[in-house]
Write a protein that binds this ligand. Structure first.
Ligand code: ZN
Length: 487
């Protein structure tokens, strides 16, 4: 997201820069729009308030074309900065972009640097992504799936290279969620084309970087500071502090903060991928997924995360949500689930909250010393609690974090064993009559039931030999694929 904002803002930033002298070659395009619409346009462009740059390929030679901004383009650029509201910004951008496309182009310079020869790229095969990075390649943002293999794009100098990984995209994402992709390995490498760097003004045509004359450096820094301030708990206060610290930049800071905020609302909120605890914690969205931090691990180790736990900490995710009780009071909720279902459970809990579906309590079972009975008697909703299925070496579904219990007191578990009815929690006995009317009751008409079923869960209330009205779980056949060793 930040990169995207930087890229878009790069077009409208106010910087002064001396461009290299025009070359002698002429090109068969009259306007920057024509050039960008040509077959040779490589899809990358950059600019400032004096120039607009595109990279083109003609007959195997890459070169940059430049349109000089005129007064009208500057006026429109200014208008995008003076917008009021997201709609106005969008309209101003559209007008600005349409106008700059008609500006006449001139040839700037030829890009003579060649991509790395295939023999050198072949040497990357079998290396880990960490080793690739150590060799000077930078990761790039584009990734996709090709023939069941993840494609990881890296850049080096002016070129980008596609690395086909030995791992599938799903595996790639799992590693990414766990915060480390450096151990993934390269199956093949090929030239992808010019990188974004090729259009950026600070780069010379030979791919070298002119740090001293980098016109973006100051702005990049300023934008980073502003982005950081906007992610603070109280963004307005944080921006005000910035303005006081840098009074000479007050106007710019306010303008940029305004543009950032409008763009965020235009594009949507930052994704909460759960790959980054910090960004998740800083996010304003109270519904988020985070890895098991050291702090959380300290809370669960020896309790729900038993010493003989066969899962790794990386299999689990911490969910932070809001929920409402019967009186409509809003509470913060916490739950630990398996990473396979983290997104689904977060979505379900979000929808329940938005529908004012009452959930009384959602604390980690560790607050009850991982004692299920105590947690259930307190009507606590939870998921992960490691245990083996009695007399087996198989881990239970709660032990895998692949089952969720909701409003446990009012939706008890019951089974007849040797002619004796067992109820868990024991205090849930009054709620065994499912025809009776009482709060927090889960049945087939229930929103909670519908949402879990929609997300691929099974309901314990549908079982024949026993009933577990509080319980939603991932089907055994699905778990067999995720944890084949647990059969
Ligand atoms: Zn359960």
């Amino acid at each position: 997201m930040k990169k995207f904002l930087l890229a878009v803002l790069a077009v409208i930033m106010m910087v002064n820069i001396a461009l290299a002298e025009e070359g002698a070659l002429s090109i068969p395009f009259a306007t920057i729009g024509e050039a960008m619409a040509s077959d040779g346009y490589t899809g990358i462009a950059g600019g400032d308030d004096n120039h607009f740059v595109a990279v083109l390929e003609l007959d195997g030679i890459y070169f940059r074309v430049v349109a000089d901004m005129d007064d009208e383009a500057r006026r429109l650029s200014q208008a995008t900065l003076e917008h009021t509201g997201a709609d106005a910004l969008e309209a101003a951008f559209a007008e600005y972009n349409a106008y700059t496309q008609t500006l006449p182009v001139s040839y700037e310079e030829e890009i003579t640097a060649q991509p790395m020869p295939q023999e050198e790229l072949d040497a990357l095969v079998g290396k880990t992504l960490q080793e690739v990075e150590d060799a000077g390649f930078e990761s790039s943002s584009s990734r996709m799936d090709v023939d069941d293999a993840a494609v990881y794009t890296v850049s080096c100098g002016l070129y980008e290279y596609d690395l086909l990984l030995n791992e599938t995209y799903t595996e790639y994402m799992e590693h990414n969620d766990n915060g480390f992709i450096g151990d993934l390995t390269v199956k093949s490498a090929s030239v992808a084309g010019l990188s974004h760097n090729a259009a950026e003004l600070r780069f010379h045509a030979d791919g070298t970087y002119d740090e001293e004359n980098d016109p973006w450096a100051e702005y990049t820094k300023l934008m980073e500071i502003i982005t950081h301030a906007l992610s603070a708990e109280n963004p307005e206060e944080a921006i005000q502090e910035l303005v006081e610290a840098m009074p000479e930049k007050a106007e710019e800071i306010r303008m940029l903060a305004d543009v950032f905020a409008s763009m965020s609302s235009m594009i949507g909120q930052d994704e909460n991928s759960g790959t980054d605890t910090e960004s998740a914690a800083q996010s304003e969205d109270p519904f988020y997924i985070a890895p098991i931090s050291d702090e959380t691990f300290a809370r669960i180790y020896g309790k729900s995360f038993k010493e003989d736990c066969t899962l790794s900490r990386e299999d689990l995710r911490y969910l932070h949500v809001l929920h409402v009780d019967l009186d409509g009071a809003v509470h913060e909720g916490e739950m630990i689930v398996n990473y396979h279902i983290a997104e689904d459970v977060l979505e379900i809990l979000r929808q329940l909250y938005e529908a004012n579906y009452p959930i009384e309590r959602m604390r980690l079972v560790d607050e009850y010393d991982a004692d299920d009975e105590l947690s259930m008697e307190d009507n606590n909703s939870s998921s992960f609690n490691f245990r083996f299925i009695s007399h087996t070496t198989r881990v239970s579904k709660h032990g895998l974090g692949l089952a969720v219990d909701i409003n446990t007191l009012y939706n008890p578990y019951t089974k007849i064993v040797d002619g004796v009815r067992i109820v868990e929690p024991v205090t849930g006995e009054p709620y065994l009559d499912r025809d009776a009317d009482f709060p927090y009751k889960i049945d087939h008409e229930d929103l909670c039931y519908r949402l879990f079923i929609e997300h691929g869960f099974e309901w314990g209330g549908d079982w024949e030999d026993r009933k577990d009205y509080q319980h939603f779980e991932i089907p055994t056949s699905v778990i067999a694929e995720w944890y084949p060793e647990n059969q």
